[in-house]
Every structure is written in C-alpha cells, then in structure tokens.
Design a protein around this ligand. Structure first.
Ligand SMILES: *[C@@H]1O[C@H](CO)[C@@H](O)[C@H](O)[C@H]1NC(C)=O
Ligand SMILES: *[C@@H]1O[C@H](CO)[C@@H](O)[C@H](O)[C@H]1NC(C)=O
Ligand SMILES: *[C@@H]1O[C@H](CO)[C@@H](O)[C@H](O)[C@H]1NC(C)=O
Ligand SMILES: *[C@@H]1O[C@H](CO)[C@@H](O)[C@H](O)[C@H]1NC(C)=O
Length: 258
C-alpha cells in the first residue's frame, strides 16, 4: 500500500480544487503551518522515489506516542495501538454569567475522527503537525466521510455521554463497525508551550493532553485513549462577555490502545 503518495495526491487535489474549505481569515498563519507540512511531505516523496524497495508498510507496532507525552502515564504493559485518529471539532463550555468573576466550565466536545494509523506508523512528525493544519480546515459536517487536505477516511465520532464521560463511537456504517470506547479521565498534562493556540494560532491555547481509561459499556478491545498534539480548544480565562454556552475550535490526535 502506498500511503504517502495517496496522501499527497489528495492534498494537492483538495487544496487546488476547493480552496473554500480552508478558513483564510489570516493567510499568514495558514501559510506557515501548511508550508511546513508540504515541505515535509515533498521530502518524503523524494525519499520514496529514490528507494528501490517497496513503499512503506503499515506496522502498528512501530507507533509510539510523541516524546512529550512522557508527562502522562505510559500505556500499560501489554496494551497495543489499535488505531490512531486525527480529530477535528469543538470543545464546549458553559458560563453561569457574563462577568469576569466567573470561569468557563467544560461540558464536553464534539469531533469527527479520521483514520491516520498508517501515517502514525511511518511519519510521526507529520502526525504531530496534522492538528496544526487541520484546525484551519472548516468543521466537518456529521456526514463528512473524508478530511481534507489529506482525505483521511472517517473512523468515528467523539462526543460526551455526560460532562465527564468522553465517548468514541467507531461504528460509522453497517460495514465499518469498530466498536465504542467509553472513557473517563485518568491523567492530564498541559499542552507544550509552543502548541498552536487556535485557528491561525490565535486563541486561548491548546487543550490539555489526556490519558483516558475505558469503562464498562465499552464495545471492542479498547483499554485506553490518549489525546495528544492538541491545537486550540481552550476557553478564555473568564466568562466576561461570553454567552451561556459556547464552542471553541480544536484539533488533536487520538491514540487508541487495547
Ligand atoms: C457541543 O457543541 C456542538 C455545536 O454547537 C453541539 O452540536 C453539541 O451538541 C455540543 N455538545 C455538548 C456536549 O455540549
Ligand atoms: C486505516 O487506514 C489503513 C490504510 O491507511 C487501513 O489499512 C486500516 O484498515 C484503516 N483502519 C480502519 C479502522 O478503517
Ligand atoms: C490510572 O491509570 C493507571 C495505569 O493504568 C492505573 O494504575 C490507575 O489506577 C489509574 N488511576 C485512575 C484514577 O483511574
Ligand atoms: C463493571 O463491570 C464489572 C463486571 O460486570 C463489574 O464487576 C463492575 O462492578 C462494573 N464497574 C462499574 C464501575 O460499573
């Protein structure tokens, strides 16, 4: 399977054909992230062209969390990577009033998850850059089956069953039934200080990196889920001028272990 050429062909096609699916209210921020991404991708294409061996395979045993995730508990012994996804959606908050004395409270998130397992197996640097690019793409609708610019395939939907129970439903069609991870937070760490703050690197910062354990009701072999490489998603420090509920754009990588 030739993962990278597919990724690149669709990258070029999607940007050329549908520039309107990219939010462009700050063309400079957009260019810096995407230019770096393209530069890495073209470097890898060059390497593949020169290699006499076959294109990269997809060996999930090679997948590792980003080094900075050492601030979270390591995956428990015996657990293996089952999927890696890029998520794109919103973090949701509520405010009791609109004053500077009140702080926003997290009430959940809604995101679409796209299959990036083979990118993670071969190009961990592209994986860590992906949320920085993807946060600048328009929010997917519930039925968006691929994610530009790389046309990754829909893997599932992320939402909250209640304010403390993140759910990852990977059953998308009758043919694509990959189970449901129902989880609770085990540990968190602040995102690295250089994380992208929001769309076009403007906003209140990147949501924390998380280690979630699965709980009863989970369907499939899922035992833990990591949220890493976050971009955006943090609320303002106070509720001043904010409505009763509001959403903040974010993207992140999710690693499913079991
Ligand atoms: C989060 O916000 C989105 C967009 O407004 C909404 O569809 C979703 O139901 C909200 N989810 C929660 C848990 O508030
Ligand atoms: C994810 O994509 C890879 C190819 O890139 C494929 O081999 C794998 O089956 C996909 N996983 C799911 C759950 O669709
Ligand atoms: C967090 O995860 C570790 C390692 O899997 C486990 O030993 C511990 O009991 C968990 N703690 C909580 C609060 O869930
Ligand atoms: C989860 O299910 C197991 C086995 O049925 C049961 O022993 C345990 O009490 C349940 N835990 C919770 C938190 O419901």
């Amino acid at each position: 399977m030739r993962y990278l050429p597919v990724l690149v062909a669709s990258l070029v096609a999607s940007v050329a054909a549908a520039p309107s699916n990219i939010v462009r209210n700050n063309v400079y921020g957009y260019s810096a992230e995407l230019a770096e991404f393209y530069s890495r991708v073209s470097h890898y294409i060059g390497e593949i062209r020169q290699a006499s061996t076959a294109s990269p395979t997809c060996d999930t045993s090679k997948i590792a969390l980003p080094a900075q995730a050492s601030g979270l508990p390591a995956p428990p012994a015996g657990q293996k990577v089952l999927h890696v996804a890029v998520g794109r959606g919103t973090q949701n908050y509520t405010c009791a009033d609109s004053t500077a004395n009140t702080k926003p409270v997290a009430i959940g998130a809604l995101a679409s998850l796209y299959n990036a397992t083979c990118v993670a197996a071969n190009y961990p640097d592209l994986m860590s850059m992906a949320p920085n690019v993807v946060i600048n793409i328009a929010l997917p609708t519930k039925s968006s089956s691929t994610l530009p610019p790389a046309n990754l395939e829909l893997l599932g939907h992320h939402f909250f069953r209640d304010t403390t129970t993140p759910v990852f439903n990977l059953d998308t069609t009758p043919e694509r039934q990959y189970g449901i991870a129902i989880s609770k937070k085990n540990s968190s760490m602040s995102a690295p200080t250089d994380a992208v703050k929001g769309q076009h690197n403007t906003g209140n910062g990147a949501v924390a990196w998380l280690y979630l354990d699965t709980i009863n009701g989970t369907v499939g072999d899922y035992k833990s889920v990591y949220r890493v490489n976050t971009a955006g998603g943090n609320p303002p420090a106070t509720c001043e001028g904010m409505g009763k509920t509001f959403t903040v754009q974010y993207s992140a990588d999710y690693y499913f272990y079991g």
